[in-house]
Ligand binder design. Structure first.
Ligand SMILES: NC(=O)c1ccc[n+]([C@@H]2O[C@H](COP(=O)([O-])OP(=O)(O)OC[C@H]3O[C@@H](n4cnc5c(N)ncnc54)[C@H](OP(=O)(O)O)[C@@H]3O)[C@@H](O)[C@H]2O)c1
Length: 430
């Protein structure tokens, strides 16, 4: 690579404009530190006329061939998003030996292995720190600092929108719908929040983290997920009363040598490190018997924060010359994906029941028949009915789901039971 490094960019929106600004503002520092001058050659956009403060209009093009067909480009920065045509364009660039930096979690969670194979074939690098938790350097830590640490679990709050909504529901007692509206008003949630509140965004990020942590190809289809859209503020309040905090968690762990990755609402004990992560922040807790616990936390989104991770990735490419282990493809240990329902955990169970004598005994007996025992019970009158909230002892998830199906069929049970995983207490899964 010559002293001048030619950068092509796909996209110049929130993140892309941040990249342009950072490269301009830190050009001197970068040159002193690396000996290279990073020069943007061309930037692909759709609308050439849109307002992009600080971006030289002469750099813009609406023709992807001007970038993909330019052999002088050393590093391609992809900040346009979307799976198609981005996928095809990046495979082509990598295959021709152009290193790529991307912030695109949905693309990586669907086509990561194929992109890495194209990089290996073309002798190029693929870097994607910004795709998970924006400025928090979790991928670099997993891929480099903890490469040999035999990570056993990765537990993350990897979606800022949902963490903000849950924090506000707890702090103010407001409903889910009101907290979502507030998040949209202040720009923490998109106009269409489906991917965030439904768990798909977190699932994509957890697929990427699990792939790196466990040296195994995990795609978004391997990650069952559920979101926070049908949580009641009562669940958040009762959890608090019981000493827990409600979070949307991504949980990736090794179970008998297989990889299990899921995203779901979960209760964490009030003194757990993840319980203190409030507002739109993200955090990832990495656990291994070698390093015990390492938690990384900070802003998980934002144009400048994400752009900073993109620029750092471009600099890492400069720092890892061909032949260095950082330049190679990721390690592949070929672990299997664990079947759903195989995990053991403690659970929170909420039942709306008829206020009749003996209901609690009948519920306990259904649970007992399925091999599930109760740790704590809270009972409250609710008009004609009663609400039973239980923390269940650690049991295999499949057993708890079976017991819940049987409870739902009881005539005294008036609504679909709510089951939420408890993570990180002595009673929770390992
Ligand atoms: N924003 C964040 O906080 C954040 C955080 C983490 C990761 N990311 C990821 O970063 C990437 C970019 O996000 P963003 O928020 O910067 O998006 P954005 O503001 O919507 O910008 C997208 C840019 O890509 C261009 N573009 C999109 N599709 C194109 C196409 N088919 N051909 C040519 N140009 C195209 C757009 O052109 P026009 O300007 O002409 O419309 C725009 O400049 C996404 O993968 C996102 O998931 C974002």
């Amino acid at each position: 690579m010559s002293d001048v490094v030619h950068i092509g960019m796909l996209g110049c929106g929130t993140v892309g404009q941040g990249v342009v600004r950072i490269l301009q503002e830190t050009a001197g520092t970068i040159e002193r530190a690396t000996g290279h001058r990073l020069e943007i050659t061309k930037v692909l956009v759709r609308d050439l006329q849109a307002d992009r403060p600080g971006v030289d209009p002469a750099l813009l093009t609406a023709d992807p061939e001007e970038i993909l067909g330019d052999d002088s480009i050393d590093i391609l920065i992809e900040v346009m998003g979307g799976v198609d045509p981005t996928h095809e364009w990046l495979v082509r660039a990598l295959g021709h030996g152009t290193s790529v930096v991307t912030a695109n979690k949905q693309l990586l969670a669907r086509h990561g292995p194929e992109l890495l194979a194209a990089a290996e074939e073309g002798g190029a690098e693929l870097r994607f720190e910004a795709s998970v938790c924006a400025a928090i350097p979790v991928i670099k830590v997993l891929r480099e600092s903890l490469l040999a640490a035999e990570i056993e679990s990765v537990t993350g709050i990897v979606n800022g929108t949902t963490n903000y909504i849950l924090s506000e529901m707890r702090r103010t007692g407001m409903s889910y719908a009101d907290a979502l509206t507030q998040a949209q008003e202040i720009g923490y949630a998109e106009a269409d929040p489906t991917d965030d509140v439904g768990g798909a965004d977190a699932a994509a990020k957890m697929a990427i983290l699990a792939s790196i942590a466990f040296h195994t190809r995990v795609l978004i289809d391997d990650v069952p997920y559920s979101g926070i859209d049908d949580l009641m503020s009562d669940d958040v309040d009762i959890a608090h009363e019981l000493g827990f905090v409600m979070k949307l968690l991504g949980v990736a762990r090794l179970v008998d040598g297989a990889v299990s990755v899921r995203v779901h609402p979960a209760l964490v004990p009030g003194n757990h490190p993840l319980a203190a992560v409030a507002g739109a922040d993200n955090a990832v807790l990495l656990e291994s018997s070698m390093v015990r616990q390492i938690m990384l936390s900070g802003p998980g989104a934002g144009g400048t924060e994400t752009a900073s991770a993109v620029v750092s990735d471009a600099l890492s490419i400069l720092g890892s010359r061909p032949g260095s282990f950082l330049a190679g493809a990721l390690v592949d240990a070929g672990r299997p994906i664990a079947p759903e329902g195989s995990l053991e955990s403690a659970f929170y169970l909420r039942l709306e029941v008829a206020d009749q004598p003996g209901v609690l005994a009948r519920v306990s007996s259904v649970l007992g028949d399925s091999g599930v025992s109760i740790l704590t019970v809270l009972q409250r009158g609710e008009g004609e009915g009663a609400r039973l909230v239980m923390i269940l002892h650690r049991s295999p998830e499949a057993q708890v789901r079976e017991a819940t199906r049987r409870l739902a069929a009881m005539p005294e049970v008036r609504a679909e039971p709510v089951v939420i995983t408890v993570v990180g207490s002595g009673e929770a899964s390992s």
